[in-house]
Design a protein around this ligand. Structure first.
Ligand SMILES: [Zn+2]
Ligand SMILES: [Zn+2]
Length: 247
């Protein structure tokens, strides 16, 4: 095996890094920066301001401001409608830097993110607020779709109860965010987005995913139509009780 970066043969007894059918020797791997999205120690990394390093294999394959995320996410609207949510048709996406994106979701002091999966531990890569879906400058298509579904559901609920976002800690917020998260999680599973499915099962931490586990337990035995009824039955009451108090 020849190292992709330095061109030297990799000794048989030496550990190596392997991806994209390329091999990288241990000394090179320890020295070079790695791609923020896929972690590959690229030969031609470019720094994306407000995001991080992007490698030559990710370049051009990720969703960026050259794309319209709505075209990619909106085909999932009928899936979300199965859960009793009316998806808005005029959906707007805004690409923003990763720190700002996290700060609109949580003010918590979280560890620095060296890679996108560190980031996803504490924040969504797409977040609905004030009429727009704010999203990372670059991400893969499955990431945009799975998390985009969570946020389309959030936008639907915001429209229904007239809120700018689902940020908040009342029982209403936890109930609503948990439902959205569950819908995205279900979508990831059905679309065979294994990585996103595993990420959504445990992240983001610190309450961002609300009562997800409760919805997940219910979803194991109940169909979407039942969950939709359950949501409908409780959403208005919880909103009335908790949102009127906080205004
Ligand atoms: Zn090397
Ligand atoms: Zn990459």
């Amino acid at each position: 095996m020849i190292c992709y970066l330095c061109g030297s043969p990799i000794p048989e007894d030496q550990p190596f890094y392997n991806d994209y059918e390329k091999y990288v020797c241990k000394p090179c791997f320890q020295e070079v920066p790695r791609c923020w999205v896929c972690r590959f120690p690229g030969k031609d990394l470019q720094h994306i301001e407000g995001l991080g390093a992007e490698c030559e294999f990710c370049r051009g394959t990720l969703i960026s401001d050259q794309d319209d995320p709505a075209e990619i996410v909106m085909p999932a609207a009928p899936f979300i409608a199965n859960f009793g949510l009316e998806v808005p048709t005029d959906v707007q996406y805004k690409f923003i830097d990763r720190t700002t994106l996290r700060e609109i979701q949580t003010k918590a002091d979280v560890p620095p993110a060296d890679f996108i999966d560190d980031y996803l531990q504490y924040a969504y890569p797409v977040y609905f607020q004030d009429g727009a879906h704010h999203c990372l400058l670059r991400m893969t298509r499955p990431t945009l779709i799975a998390y985009g579904i969570v946020q389309l559901a959030a936008a639907s609920i915001c429209n229904r109860v007239d809120l700018p976002s689902l940020t908040g800690q009342t029982p209403f917020h936890l109930f609503a965010r948990g439902y959205c998260h569950y819908i995205g999680f279900e979508a990831a599973q059905r679309l065979n987005f294994d990585l996103e499915y595993r990420q959504l099962r445990k992240w983001p931490e610190m309450g961002l995913q609300g009562d997800f586990e409760r919805w997940q337990s219910m979803g194991k035995f109940r169909k979407p139509a039942y969950l939709a009824e359950y949501f409908k039955a409780h959403c208005a009451a919880l909103a009335k009780k908790h949102l009127t108090q906080s205004h």
